[in-house]
Design a protein. Structure first.
Length: 92
């Protein structure tokens, strides 16, 4: 079980203002999370390739093919301010 002082330290770092009941609940939840992490660390993962997704992502992006640009007039017609050549923005 995670110590009360650790729960209070984590709560302070996270800028959480916890009452007594919340401290007990958070302590139990954090202990559960740490127990799961400990179980995972016991697994033999040698030879398991790291992934960015839990399932294979094949063809999820469209091909990067150049196309025609939007005509300048069309792009500028929705602008809040334009000089007819480009977007006008406030000076820094």
């Amino acid at each position: 079980m995670i110590e009360r002082s650790d729960v209070l330290h984590i709560a302070r770092l996270a800028r959480l203002d916890l009452d007594e009941a919340e401290i007990d609940v958070l302590g139990a939840e954090l202990s559960g999370i740490l127990a799961h992490v400990e179980r995972i660390s016991e697994l033999d993962l040698a030879g398991v390739e790291p992934t960015s997704h839990s399932v294979a992502q094949i063809g999820s992006l469209r091909p990067d093919v150049p196309g025609d640009s939007l005509p300048r007039e069309v792009a500028l017609e929705g602008a809040p301010d334009s000089d007819g050549v480009g977007f006008r923005v406030p000076a820094p």
